[in-house]
Ligand binder design. Structure first.
Ligand code: MCN
Length: 795
């Protein structure tokens, strides 16, 4: 018996990502690279108008174009296509219009799919689109969120009788988690009121959406650039009435999603229907501008906040009234997105009374849904902006006002006014570290000097002491918030005869590096070399159970299922190890990758799990009654969310003569508990910061008065490049979570959630002495200049 390798501690190692070799050298195949014999190509005719009746569609000429195999309109699938699923209704009486994949007699946003052409080549399919003749009869276009929410105006879906889809309320007095907010506001010494606008954003993932469907086998197989292959299969089965076992969904390597591919898209549904109708494989890949105008958008809220406090800056009440723009239809989880924020407005602060009310509203715009952070960036922005406004109102330094209100490290576990219990945290430690790295006091000194000198370039310091809830799961809590599904995750481990390990995970990475991190975790759990672990994911045939990747859930839910499966493998190996060691099973211990007798240091020849895998395969000398398999599976559903937190500090120079903003430095200290791979975490934080800063400074989806998206190309929708961003100084504190055995918290959204208010607070801090207390995002030079020179917060 020889040991094949000594286990090494992998958790905490900054390993390069094993998937990157194929991802960045062109050795992988994205969905659009896939092909099949007899493959046909689909192109989509999209509505040029935002709201109209379709009075006539003539596809005759298009059908006669070279290479065209078929042309379909919504009427061809009127019965079959049903309605796209919304899996997260938030109230029992939520209003939802039918959401067809292909419009039938009415279009409700510019970009909605109206007809499809299938042809021998993608070029022929696109050329033929021009020969489809559609007559539209214009309807009034509903664009303004606040007007749409009121009674008496034009309606997006007249059949619903209102543009309001649902109203969702949380009240601390009713929930028994705090006092009565109206009373607390009436008693408050100081009341601060602000309205913030979360502009509409576009997830703008790098790989456009692409889907290929092969209906020719026993099962219909769909390849899709999706974040959610398991949910997609389930929803196809439930909404199209296809037996679930007759559908297989494969998510090959996926080039980013940021929530934008957490969806059952119209494109997936009609490509499925068309392929099935034709009995031939069909592929559809969107262009960049199609992606920007039809893949779901994010954010788009109006937030009205009222905060009550004492003169010393102690908060006594918080009231939040939200309007959330759903766009033209409800999508997979769109109604629940603002509700996730309901639990985060109180953030890290001890707030005695809290009231939250959200109205989800239809407009004639692209439907919105999850976008990195989903609900939590919006809430974090609003509360962190309010903390600065409160500080200004009571004349207390902004960091000081936060410290007077936050939960102290010795107060955990702490049940918040929104009803969540934060397990652990140490806001003092993260803040102290961040302030030192930032040179907080020196920068404040410089700021004072610039003000005294009337320097045309003013300096501002922006603070964001954030927390967030991630790791979605826990099913019981999610179930209590809405009528949607829970959030467990599944994993299976197959021990191969040579001791190599196949880990099957229900998590479905699309850029997060799971193959590397999961291999590190399993290497430690089983005491096998990192290289000996293969991570299998993203195919409902090879990884049949899963809830997929979003909500920074994969490590704290998905990887923990893998840990649990590994524990079962060890448990199954124990009787076999006892047999080999000729001792009682109760005396067997698994330490440092080897099975040994309790109290005796395992020798070089003590069996490893890899030795036992071979013995199990041979199966000729197993103890009586022992199953000849170590394979195990586990499903994990945590009891609580994970609550990462941190302190982000931004120094911004604002040129008061031009309105130009330069981010001079950005420091963030995040606490995500145990870190599995510091290099991956660094990448996640950097990417998150880029997206959060982009909301503060650059990105906005703009519609003109007719409802046409005027930012429909990447020349107009300003995704920043590395050159537009400052150097980031990142560090961490490590307060382990108690909600999972690794002590880890999620990191995939933290940077995005924390950074937007840090940047906007910095800009306003630079020019507050000039009378500015708000600037709408994105804080473009024009808006900043106007705020300084005309007092307008929006332009
Ligand atoms: N990790 C770690 N130690 C921790 C926490 C996480 O090493 N304490 C590692 C994990 O092992 C994993 C990565 O960091 O490799 C992210 O883990 P996690 O926080 O669990 O987030 P998810 O894997 O569930 O990813 C989802 C999250 C979300 S919601 C969005 S949106 C997002 C994001 O991840 N979209 C991304 N990061 C993205 N990164 C890329 N490249 N592309 C996207 O579309």
């Amino acid at each position: 018996m020889t040991a094949t390798a000594e286990p090494t501690p992998e958790i905490g190692k900054a390993r390069l990502r094993k998937e990157d070799a194929r991802l960045i050298t062109g050795r992988t195949r994205w969905t659009d690279n896939l092909t099949l014999p007899g493959l046909q190509y689909l192109a989509v005719l999209r509505s040029p108008v935002a709201h109209a009746k379709i009075t006539r569609i003539d596809v005759g000429e298009a059908r006669r174009q070279p290479g065209v195999v078929a042309v379909y309109t919504g009427a061809d699938f009127a019965e079959e296509q049903g309605s796209l699923p919304c899996a997260w209704p938030i109230t029992e009486d939520q209003k939802a219009p039918d959401a067809p994949a292909l419009a039938v007699d009415q279009v409700n946003f510019a970009g909605e799919a109206v007809a499809v052409v299938v042809a021998r080549s993608s070029y022929e399919a696109h050329d033929a689109l021009e020969f489809i003749d559609v007559d539209y009869e214009d309807l009034p276009v509903v664009l303004d969120l606040e007007r749409a929410a009121e009674d008496g105006g034009d309606l997006v879906h007249p059949g619903l009788g209102t543009n309001r889809s649902a109203i969702w309320i949380f009240d601390s007095a009713e929930a028994g988690t705090g006092g009565d907010v109206e009373q607390a506001l009436a008693d408050a010494e100081v009341v601060v009121r602000r309205t913030f606008r979360q502009q509409r954003l576009i997830p703008a993932f790098m790989e456009p959406r692409s889907v290929m469907v092969d209906p020719t086998g026993e099962q219909v197989t769909m390849w899709s650039a999706t974040q959610v292959p398991h949910i997609l299969r389930l929803m196809l089965a439930m909404t199209l009435g296809v037996p679930e076992h007759k559908v297989r969904v494969i998510a090959p390597d996926v080039g980013g999603g940021f929530g934008g591919k957490l969806q059952v898209t119209p494109e997936e549904v009609f490509t499925f229907l068309v392929a099935r109708r034709l009995g031939r494989p069909v592929k559809y890949t969107e262009s960049r501008s199609e992606s920007l105008q039809s893949a779901h958008h994010g954010r788009d809220q109006v937030q009205r906040l009222t905060m009550g406090a004492r003169r010393d800056g102690t908060i006594t009440a918080l009231k939040v009234e939200l309007l959330a723009d759903m766009g033209a239809y409800l999508r997979l989880v769109s109604p629940g997105v603002p509700i996730l924020g309901a639990f985060m407005f109180n953030a890290i602060y001890k707030i005695p009374a809290y009231h939250f009310a959200c109205t989800n509203v239809f407009t004639n715009k692209v439907p919105t849904d999850a976008y990195r952070g989903a609900g939590r960036p919006e809430a974090t922005f609003a509360i962190e902006r309010m903390m600065d406004e409160l500080a200004a109102e009571v004349g207390v330094e902004p960091m000081e006002v936060r410290q007077r209100n936050w939960i102290r490290h010795d107060e955990f576990p702490y049940t918040t006014v929104a009803g969540l219990t934060y397990d652990t945290g140490n806001y003092e430690a993260a803040t102290e570290k961040a302030k030192n790295l930032f040179g907080y006091d020196d920068l404040r000194r410089e700021q004072r000097q610039r003000r005294e000198n009337n320097d045309p370039v003013q300096l501002g310091i922006g603070i964001s002491t954030f927390t967030e809830m991630c790791g979605l799961a826990p099913s019981r809590v999610l179930g209590s918030l809405s009528y949607g599904a829970g959030g467990w995750e599944h994993a299976a481990i197959r021990m191969l005869p040579t001791g190599k390990v196949e880990l099957v995970t229900g998590s479905s990475p699309h850029g997060q590096g799971h193959e590397t991190a999961w291999s590190q975790i399993i290497a430690d759990q089983l005491g096998v070399p990192f290289e000996d672990v293969e991570v299998i994911h993203g195919d409902t045939q090879s990884s049949p159970k899963g809830m997929d990747t979003y909500g920074s859930r994969s490590l704290t839910v998905g990887a923990i299922a893998a840990v649990k499966a590994a524990e079962k493998v060890i448990a199954k190996a124990k009787p076999i190890a006892a047999h080999m060691l000729e001792c009682a099973e109760s005396d067997v211990e698994f330490t440092a990758g080897r099975f040994g007798v309790r109290g005796v240091a395992p020798s070089e020849s003590a069996p490893t799990i890899q030795d036992i895998a071979l013995a199990v395969f041979a199966a000729h000398d197993l103890p009586d009654g022992v199953e000849p398999s170590l394979d195990s599976e586990a499903t994990f559903d945590p009891e609580n969310f994970s609550f990462p937190h941190g302190t982000h500090l931004c120094a911004a120079e604002v040129d008061t003569e031009t309105g130009r903003v330069r981010l001079r430095s950005y420091v963030c200290v995040d606490d995500i508990g145990t870190v599995i791979n510091p290099l991956i975490v660094e990448g996640q934080v950097h990417g998150g910061l880029a997206q959060g800063i982009a909301q503060a400074l650059f990105e906005e989806a703009v519609h003109d008065e007719y409802g046409t998206l005027t930012t429909g190309t990447l020349a107009d929708y300003l995704v920043p490049s590395a050159a537009d961003l400052p150097e980031f100084t990142t560090d961490r504190t490590e307060t382990p979570s108690t909600t999972n055995p690794l002590g880890a918290k999620g990191v995939g959204e933290a940077g995005t959630i924390a950074s937007t208010p840090a940047v906007v607070n910095a800009i306003i801090d630079a020019v507050r002495h000039l009378g500015v207390s708000d600037i709408e995002m994105p804080c473009t030079p024009m808006r900043v200049w106007r705020a300084i020179h005309t007092g307008e917060s929006a332009a």
